[in-house]
Design a protein around this ligand. Structure first.
Ligand code: GAR
Length: 193
C-alpha cells in the first residue's frame, strides 16, 4: 500500500510510522513526505529514512486550489492510495479531497469533537479536564472533522504538568497511528474478510 505522509513541523508521528518494521513487513510503502514548511524538522527525519520529500509552499501559489493541485500532480504518478496527515497544519479543501475521497486520514490530540483546531493539548490542560485523548479520523472539509476511526483516552494524572501530559498524548498517538495503519493494511490485503 503506497502512502504519502503530510506534515508541517516536528514529525514525531511521521517517524513512528517510518521506523515501524511491522508496517513495512505488512506492505506499507511511504513514497513521499509532503511538507509545507521548508525548515520543518520532519524533513531531517525523512532524510534519515531515505524517504523523498516534496516541499510545497502555499505562498508560492495564487490560491489553495492551485497549491493542492501541485500536490496531486506529484502524488498521482507515484500511485499513492492513502494520504496520512501527521501534524499537517493546513485545512484540506475539495481539490485534494475529491482526488482522494475517503482516503485521507488525520490524527488529532484530543477527543474530538472537543478541542478541534490549534493547541488542543494546551486547551484541555487549561480546562483541567481529567480525561483527554487522541482521535484518528477520515477527514472532510471541516477543521478536524469527519468519520472517526479510533479514539483513545489519556487520563490526566494528579501531578501532570502540561509537558508530561503532552508526552503521554504523543506516545499514545504514535502507538495508535501504527495500529490504525496496520488495520488498514490488513483490510487492503483481505485479512479478516
Ligand atoms: C500531533 O500532536 C498531531 O496530533 C497534531 O499535531 C502534532 C504533530 O506532532 N495535529 C493536529 O493538531 C491536527 N489538527 P508531530 O509533528 O511530532 O507528529
Amino acid at each position: 500500500m503506497k502512502v504519502a505522509i503530510f506534515a508541517s513541523g516536528n514529525g514525531s508521528n511521521f517517524e513512528a510510522i517510518a521506523q515501524s518494521e511491522e508496517l513495512k513487513q505488512a506492505g506499507l510503502e511511504i513514497e513521499v513526505l509532503v511538507c509545507d514548511q521548508p525548515k520543518a524538522h520532519v524533513i531531517k527525519r525523512a532524510e534519515k529514512y531515505h524517504i523523498p520529500v516534496f516541499v510545497n509552499r502555499l505562498a508560492d501559489f495564487a490560491n489553495r486550489s492551485d497549491y493542492e493541485q501541485a500536490i496531486i500532480d506529484k502524488l498521482k504518478p507515484l500511485g499513492i492510495e492513502y494520504i496520512l496527515l501527521a501534524g499537517y497544519m493546513k485545512v484540506v479543501t475539495t481539490t485534494l479531497l475529491s482526488a482522494y475521497p475517503n482516503h485521507i486520514i488525520n490524527i488529532h490530540p484530543s477527543l474530538l469533537p472537543k478541542y478541534s483546531g490549534l493547541e488542543a493539548i494546551e486547551r484541555a490542560y487549561e480546562a483541567n479536564d481529567r480525561v483527554t485523548g487522541v482521535t484518528i479520523h477520515y477527514i472532510d472539509e471541516g477543521v478536524d472533522t469527519g468519520p472517526i476511526i479510533k479514539q483513545c483516552k489519556v487520563v490526566r494524572l494528579r501531578n501532570d504538568t502540561e509537558d508530561s501530559l503532552e508526552q503521554r498524548i504523543h506516545q499514545t498517538e504514535h502507538q495508535m497511528y501504527v495500529e490504525v495503519i496496520h488495520d488498514l493494511l490488513n483490510k487492503n490485503n483481505g485479512v479478516g474478510k
